[in-house]
Ligand binder design. Sequence first.
Ligand code: NAD
Length: 519
Amino acid sequence: MDTFQQVSMHQALEPPLGHGKCSAAGHDAGKASGCGTGGGNCPVICSAMGGNPYAGLVSRLRAAWLSGKTRPMEYRVAQLEALGRFLDEKKEDILEATALDLGKPSFEAYFTEILLCKNELNDTLNNLSHWMKDEHVCKNLVTQLDSAFIRKDPYGVVLIIAPWNYPIHLFLVPLIGAIAAGNCVIIKPSEIAKNTEKLIAETLTCYLDSDCFAVVTAGVPETTRLLENKFDYIFFTGSPSVGRMVMGAAAKHLTPVTLELGGKNPCYVSDTCDVRNAARRVAWGRFFNAGQTCVAPDYVLCSLEMQEKLMPALREAITEFYGSNPKESPDFGRMVGDKQFQRVQALLSSGTVAIGGQTDAETRYIAPTVLVDVQPSDPVMQEEIFGPILPFITVASVDEAIDFINSRERPLVTYAFSSDHKVVNQVLERTSSGGFCGNDTLMHVMLTSLPFGGVGNSGLGMYHGKFTFDTFTHRRGCLHRGMGREALNAPRYPPYSQQKLGMVRAVSELKRKGACTLL
Ligand code: NAD
């Protein structure tokens, strides 16, 4: 088994420790083929020489990609199966690291970081040979004897930048598609989920081919330097503000991007719905991972009457899920860091606390909280909450709810609850968001058959299942012609004439269906 390369960018930007030696784990400075010429693989040496500390790494991966090593299906399958072994063999370590970082309950960690990743992996392995095949397309009269097809080409060297809230899932699911599509990959996990970052850097390195895959551990300044390099594709998951910076850096090289961003996901609850079920499904989606979920319902829109019915039902659901003191529940998580705790705690000053509201800075605990009397201009309605707080905004009708949603940035997902299908469909048809889920929360993410991604401020591009493979695949339009039958080509060559133009039209013109009278 090859060692997967880990490069610590914190180390990379420090002064060199030794003469021509790299301090990064698993890093063989002897393999460098020349710093400054773009061929070296030692960030320490390159940094000291004034070049970009990651240039050597990127060009080494590009050389591996150009060698064609990642193209055969057998190679891709072997790397994907190694990812499966990583998940199986490191399961306990993943549960432990995410518990340390986020107080993530082991059920939630197993469900999102292991099970959903395994599903993506198995879906990819089950379908890869089919997805990779050339797609033959329709031809016109001139090309009838030729071969016209779409080749599924890998992009080359891709960069995956991940956030901290699902620190395994959010780098691994894109990585599955990037490998399946035949790319070389640099993975940049979040430095905020420290224990998981360490685990990824130290153990994933033992499973994949070090010629083609590397983990870079980096904070903001180092990631900024990393992004100066030319990548062939960048897949970023994180906040819209950082997404803009990533897209700016990518634009310098005209690198295509996927941006999986966040936002405020509205949840409309109509007057006609099963109140108890709606409350349980909303509470689960909001308080899962202590609210640190990009697709969590961010706020509820409903009538004042429905708010009064939902409040006891939410209180009951919260007690049923987490007991009378959620702080003691093993099934309720914590804020990832002090900064995040303070930001979310400050949002509790909006409106009136109807349920919860307790906090503990030492353990970064914020109780499952529901806010009422909230104004659209309040701080809690100005930014993505990303914590266990659920504000209510009252509206008089479904029309007012739709107007409210449409007056704001387009969210990653819109939720609508109603026993009346027409109401759910109304919200679906008259709003725009990355995804949509009627009468539940989060569950649409589980289906590998659905594209997952944002629109507008919530992102650009999509993934999951085949959509991940397609994201990392350049669809290369190919026409392969025979060398003979030159007479058939004669009409398109100069000297031009009306007669030649008539012949070209006759063999190549596409007619609108139903508009053709004689032919
Ligand atoms: P973030 O944008 O702060 O960081 C994401 C990644 O970008 C991290 O790896 C970080 O090191 C890096 N980064 C941060 N600042 C940078 C900079 N200036 N230049 C270059 N790289 C930089 O996001 P986060 O706090 O880790 O995650 C929370 C956000 O991510 C929320 O907005 C959430 O909605 C969003 N998110 C979206 C999805 C999705 O699938 N759409 C999933 C999870 C999280």
